[in-house]
Design a binder for this molecule. Structure first.
Ligand code: GSH
Length: 204
């Protein structure tokens, strides 16, 4: 059994989506960020960065326990453990890696930056706007891509889609204007959002 420590953020949901979609059994341990539970000593023992998500796989490689943070690493770990969502074909895998990194390292950190600026004590409007436009620009490119291919990295559903969906879902919930009017992105998102695994993951 796997233990998942997370909250309903895009990084937290990235880990939960991976577990659900890979069909891995897990215990859900919600971490209340507003109460600072991620800075408590018992949490810092799992991740000294004091950030969610964290998984503890009690039956990791060789039957040994694995403790892991970093939502994108967790996605790869779950996919490799179950043999799902990572293409076997090397060319398709290369496309998947590019798409996956864009979803994980462009979209989510930029959403995080917007959020941090907006929620800061003295929000700086031009900085917030700059990050918002950057995020919208990423989604516009994704909209173009998804007009030409079914899934984020081609004709196969991969962890790039699962990662991108977590970022899309958070952005749509908090800043819907940044993904408005993007028909291809919407077509893709409604297919992903209808998946039972994703629906279970996001029901918190
Ligand atoms: N690179 C990390 C980032 C994790 C992260 O930023 N977690 C946020 C929530 S989405 C968090 O725990 N924030 C609380 C804090 O930093 O104090 C990942 O992908 O998991």
């Amino acid at each position: 059994m796997i233990d998942l420590y997370a909250a309903g953020t895009s990084n937290g949901m990235r880990a939960r989506i991976a577990l659900e979609e890979c069909g891995l059994k897990y215990n859900w341990h919600p971490i209340d960020l507003t109460k600072g539970e991620h800075k408590a000593p018992q949490f810092l023992a799992l991740n000294p960065h004091g950030q969610i998500p964290v998984i503890v796989d009690n039956e990791g490689p060789g039957g040994k326990k694995v403790t892991m943070s970093q939502s994108s690493a967790i996605m790869v770990y779950c996919a490799e453990k179950t043999g799902k969502f990572i293409p076997k074909d090397p060319a398709k895998k290369a496309a998947m890696l590019e798409a996956y990194m864009s979803a994980s390292t462009d979209i989510t950190p930029t959403f995080g930056a917007v959020n941090q600026v907006i929620r800061s004590k003295e929000p700086h409007g031009p900085t917030a706007e700059m990050f918002k436009q950057r995020l919208k620009g990423y989604f516009k490119v994704w909209d173009d891509f998804l007009g030409k291919r079914k899934y984020a990295a081609g004709d196969e559903l991969t962890i790039a889609d699962l990662s991108l969906y977590a970022g899309y879902w958070r952005t749509k919930g908090a800043l819907p204007e940044l993904v408005a009017g993007m028909a291809h992105l919407e077509r893709w998102a409604s297919e992903l959002g209808a998946r039972p695994g994703i629906q279970r993951a996001l029901k918190i």
